[in-house]
Design a protein around this ligand. Sequence first.
Ligand code: SF4
Length: 449
Amino acid sequence: MALKGLDIYKLLPKTNCKECGVPTCLAFAMKVAAGQAGLDDCPQLGGEARSQLDEASAPPQRLVRIGADPQPIEIGQETVLFRHEEKFHRPPAVALKVSDAQDADALRQAGAAFRALEITRVGQTLQPDMIALVNDSGSADALRAAAAVLHGELAVPMVLIGGAVDPLLLAATGPLAGARPLLFCTGDVPTGCLAALAQQAEAPICVAGDLESVAGRVEELAKEGVREVVISPGGASTARTLDFLTRTRRAALNKKYRPLGCPVLVFADGDDPAAAALDACAYVCKYAGVVVTDLWDGNLLTPVLTARQNIYTDPQKPVQVEPKLHQVGEVTPLSPLLVTTNFSLSYYSVESQVEASRVPCYILAVDTEGTSVLTSWASDKLNPQTIASALKSCGAGERVEHHQVVIPGLVAMLAAGVADESGWEVLVGPKEAVGIPGYLKSHWTATAT
Ligand code: SF4
């Protein structure tokens, strides 16, 4: 919110009717300026005053929706340059390129390959988001047919990329009618034609060029009433693409320069797939809204999805699992009981190694407010009292007969204290989760039987 309280107050009805729940219009204006209330909270505000306030208070980067309800992809409307200032809000969409110069069988295989690109990490499913269908054939019929096949195979939003307007329009108003694909015409066409394309297709549009030219196009499109616009540096080098990404974000957020306040589509492709994966990771970290890539190899796509997952978590809220006694596999009263914290990365590192060991286990995730083993030990959130308390509150004593608990090797110094506090026999496990299978195989079986 760039407006000050008094600027807002000037446009309010000034009736002090209290319907917003605040005693006066001035107090309400101050709350809006502080981000503690929204304009919607004043039922008396409408007409020109509302339009003026909406325009003046619009976020510096606009929101663009690609795809149709119920699950459109939303990109943009980011509020900070650096993640530690607040958080990044909308992860970039990863769009895998498909050429329309393929027959229907090949397109169906691409659909199946897309569905198979799914990984699970710290309890979350990671996968690409979109198909970027490229009009390599130059034929409107081929693009329309390919769009129909892929739309039937995959319920994911699409980017349509082509050098001419007509094929994009025919596909967007034909098989993709209502699906709101992002339309990216790479040819040198007048802005008026792009505006007409966006309006007829009722879909967002992407314009490419250098900073000056895309800013001009965005302003012209705004005059035509087209606001859902994505900008792109096109197929620029890695350095130029990063320059484009950082300059546009700075211009929008620091200078409040609205023509560059649009999410950015970039390309991470080329002859060297490893280099493309590195580019994609860099673009994810530095502000991309859509990354179009041909990384169909899961081994190369995984780091991109992982980087995105890491960057778009809230740095002030550690990702947590429920603090409780978890069961992995067909546990029995003789199964090992391992202690870790409720930090997701810690918990899932342990869980994945337990699964790898094929030894059913209980895992006690102690509530450390989502911090890791060493961090929670250093801040005294993981100590003999919290471990003993967690053992008691989860009813572990009724679930396992052996009354042995394995604590992480990194906090071996807690062993005696946990034994005193809980009355359990305390075993010291490996320092790293990767040592769990070997530990369970050799040590646990020796002590539990
Ligand atoms: S509802 Fe609107 S007009 Fe009424 S007091 Fe609140 S801000 Fe003023």
